[in-house]
Design a protein around this ligand. Structure first.
Ligand SMILES: CC(C)(COP(=O)(O)OP(=O)(O)OC[C@H]1O[C@@H](n2cnc3c(N)ncnc32)[C@H](O)[C@@H]1OP(=O)(O)O)[C@@H](O)C(=O)NCCC(=O)NCCS
Length: 180
């Protein structure tokens, strides 16, 4: 499927400001609003990699440990970590910045999966991704394990076939696989 693409080709940086309409009653950013921004920035990265329409297939668990305050500037950086057949894993990092206080904190990280589809919504093949830096290679390698985990959890993969998970965590019994 065409020429492999580099990670930088899918990189997207999105900047938003937390406005009163985006907040809860404690004047912090609503989790749902952040999820929306994650979905949008991730979808743009997946579109840039595939040059296709993409749909969100899954979002891995996100924990909200750091509240983001009203008036903070939020930066979201997304990149494709690995592509499979029609699906792409996208890694997103989030920073919150209090500009007057000159304080910037990394608040969230998330993995989303997008699937490239044709005009009829059917999955369609996407280009391979070629990692360059050590960090890109680490994300690329880990993507296989994360994919197996989410496919097992969504009952799309038999735990017995999750070879990467078994080899990493020694989860043969937990995953219900027979010992060789
Ligand atoms: C995602 C979708 C296109 C998959 O279609 P499908 O008919 O199940 O297609 P397939 O079984 O061939 O799967 C296609 C790809 O999606 C991946 N996929 C499907 N469900 C997934 C999940 N829960 N998590 C991660 N990947 C998933 C498959 O692994 C496969 O990847 P691959 O082609 O790289 O091997 C389909 O389920 C869909 O359109 N879902 C709704 C998307 C949407 O509206 N999102 C917004 C939510 S409101």
């Amino acid at each position: 499927m065409g020429k492999a693409k580099r990670v930088q080709e899918s990189e997207v940086i999105m900047t938003e400001m937390v406005l009163p309409n985006d907040t809860n009653t404690l004047n912090n950013l609503m989790g749902g609003k952040l999820m929306h921004w994650l979905d949008v920035v991730g979808a743009i990265a997946a579109q840039k990699h595939s040059n296709r329409i993409v749909v969100t297939a899954s979002a891995d668990s996100i924990s909200f440990q750091h509240p983001i305050a009203l008036g903070n500037v939020v930066t979201l950086k997304a990149q494709v970590t690995r592509s499979f057949n029609s699906s792409m894993e996208v890694y997103i990092e989030v920073w919150a910045e209090d500009i007057p206080a000159n304080k910037k904190t990394k608040t969230h990280r998330a993995f989303f999966t997008f699937v490239a589809v044709d005009q009829n919504g059917r999955p369609i093949e996407v280009p391979k991704l070629e990692p360059g830096t050590d960090e890109e290679k680490e994300l690329f390698d880990g993507a296989l394990r994360r994919r197996q985990l989410r496919l097992v959890l969504s009952k799309r993969m038999d735990p017995k076939d999750a070879v990467e998970l078994k080899s990493i965590f020694g989860l043969e019994e937990a995953l219900g696989a027979k010992k060789e």
